[in-house]
Design a protein around this ligand. Sequence first.
Ligand SMILES: Nc1ncnc2c1ncn2[C@@H]1O[C@H](COP(=O)(O)OP(=O)(O)OP(=O)(O)O)[C@@H](O)[C@H]1O
Ligand SMILES: [Mg+2]
Ligand SMILES: [Zn+2]
Length: 430
Amino acid sequence: MYQPLHLKYRPQILSEVIGQQHIVDTLTNAQALHKIAPAYLFAGPKGTGKTSTARILAKSLNCQSTQEPTTQPCGECNSCKGITASSSLDVTELDAASNSGVETIRELISTTQFAPVEGKFKIFIIDECHALSNQSWQALLKTIENPPRHVVFVFCTTEVNKVPETIVSRCQKFDFRRVKLDEVINYLAIVAKSENINISLVAIKAIAKASKGHLRDSLKLLDQASLLNTEEIDPIDPNWIWELSGTIPEYELLTIIENIIRGEIKGNLGILQDWVELGKQPITIHAILVSFLKDLLVCKTYPDGKHLTQLEEDTWSELITISQSWSISQIQSAITLLMSRQNMMRDEAAHLWLSATLIELVPPAPVENTQPWQNWKNQSCAQIWAAEQLPHLTQNEISDLWEKVAPINGKKAPAWVKAINSLKAEVKKA
Ligand SMILES: Nc1ncnc2c1ncn2[C@@H]1O[C@H](COP(=O)(O)OP(=O)(O)OP(=O)(O)O)[C@@H](O)[C@H]1O
Ligand SMILES: [Mg+2]
Ligand SMILES: [Zn+2]
């Protein structure tokens, strides 16, 4: 039977949880010391292991292979199997997003007084708990403050700021983090190997970057990519990953920057058009551009700072070359310009705004053959200019000169500039 990777690879014991070492250590110690809290709060970004860890905790508490809570649940007993299959009589999982009403919670609370059936604890895992109604929290508060000895609550949430402070302060709180890029890469490489997925390291890195530390997302992407690669002869190409994930490859971002520097507006509008046709949202493109320009700024100010970005080695060395054609203040104004358009990216005409911004990012070409007389309004402007060119001359000498210079083709200004310039050349020679 086909099982999606993110379900097949759900961690079953604490040591299989990736990138949450602080949580794994604390929970392991607590179990070794038999210090079980009546209520836990697992907070953090989506797909980082909250529900998985809650289930592992439930297994650890109820595994029938030992008398006491264990860090090594067997995975084989009725209780462990029941928890994996979500059918354990002692473990209740509630999705608060779809059951937020107080009636459900009252019912749940009324069952806390009964002893567990096969395990040592009755465990309530409340997922998306931030969705519970105020009344529901009120109803829960008393039970959490004074719970029966055999009851453990595990509240999971991606939005801990919406959980009432009175509840947070009564729970043991664990903060799940986004998993670090290196850890995601290592993990995906292991999964790909054991699944015989033919994928290059570059493509794995692309997946890891695109999923931004959400491990579930990264496994889903790997899954999708492996389904695309039915030929299995060539390894999965990173370009597919960019397409699947809706992000933008770094070499295209480099091209955008190069085009800005070269003033190739048309090229950039073409790239933007392609992205939009591939279904990339202007708001995403905008965010990616800003982030890339920030990386360029890091590169310009701190050429050893690659580790401060998530860029590929190749991209970084190209950025170093590119950054030589741009001053820090130019990069900063490009970022400022983009940021000032952020709100417009939610607009219906976002694509248009983004095109306009890409055009504006190109610095105006220098005006060719600028002549000094372009801004002169009258004779005294011409004389002031001459005084700047030849500071050793007095006002009177300049006035005399002016009288002597004959117009060329009826125009005096070009003749004046020619005369002053040749005088200047003579002064230099002397
Ligand atoms: N820290 C992790 N270690 C190993 N696998 C993980 C981890 N986090 C997520 N996963 C993978 O992602 C899947 C989903 O994880 P889980 O349900 O625990 O995330 P969650 O934090 O509860 O997310 P959500 O907030 O969306 O409910 C797991 O089955 C597993 O394959
Ligand atoms: Mg969850
Ligand atoms: Zn067991």
